[in-house]
Design a protein around this ligand. Sequence first.
Ligand SMILES: *Cc1c(COP(=O)(O)O)cnc(C)c1O
Length: 348
Amino acid sequence: MKAFDLQYLIRDNVKGLQPYSSARDEYVSDGSEMVFLDANENPFENGVNRYPDPQQRSLKAILAEQKNVQTSNILLGNGSDEVLDLLFRAFCEPQKDNVITLPPTYGMYKVLCGINHIENREVLLTPDFQPNWEGIQEKSDGNSKLLFLCSPNNPTGNSIDANIITKILKEFKGLVVIDEAYIDFSPEASWVSRLAEFPNLVVTQTLSKAYGMAGIRLGICYASTAIIGVLNKIKPPYNVNELTQQRAISRVADHEKVLQEVAQIKRDRDQLMETLHKVPFVSQIYPTDANFVLAKVDDANLRYQQLLEKGIVVRNRTTQPLCEDTLRFTIGTPAENEKLTTALKTML
Ligand SMILES: *Cc1c(COP(=O)(O)O)cnc(C)c1O
């Protein structure tokens, strides 16, 4: 196996870049009272009249402590969507490089391929929704810069087998991006604790799901200091706004509350699965480590419409490979789940 070479993966134009140095980058507070006349801001206080910290130091400090990494292993973005886009822009040369994705999976990887003009080489998951390693080997070459593993996977809900992930991390020559958007609902350990072992490992997380903050847009990337350094060169200087930083800090600091909500959602998920077992038109319920359940029904388009008419919006995944006639149910509040349960029981 060829040794991992980060320099080889970086786009040529990015190698030479220096990050934009903002006013707030050049002056780092030592805590003493200062007069800020450096950034052309309006001086009258309203809570958001100053530019936000471009390096989000306070938020990263809490995350670093909770996840047992250094702040230099963290990059924050305007949702994981921005973090994923930065990975494309740092490592994938348009019309030349390619990425490996494993459908059925999160749709954003393909969208980002389109936006960045990068070839998307798809290797279907196996029927039990695990990576097909032989297929991945066949489709990858020296220009395969990124491979996306979503675990727990959206829309199937299962976790990717840790042995297969280890194999891919050891053998794949590009970066392996493990999207852990649903990790807080899973009994599996996060790969964040394995960063030191695998120089090509990138883990993304988000405050949009378990943390209940989809509206503030905060995505997190954990990787080696070297990889984070590359992403920092191309990120917009003020990509995480002040309100988001403040709200994220107070939520992340209240870890107990998040754990309680996650525990409730997991209990309600198990209950919904029991209900689904009793619904005559549901033929299969897939194992899930996430806050949603994928189920196979007799006619997904029909059942989707019937639920809509009862005021319930679920996700119809029937067009996804290996997901014919499946619906994806997100776990709601107990009252919402009750509505869904009642609706399912009365549908013919
Ligand atoms: C919901 C989701 C995200 C979240 O993206 P944000 O931009 O952080 O809201 C990321 N990855 C997967 C697989 C998801 O399902």
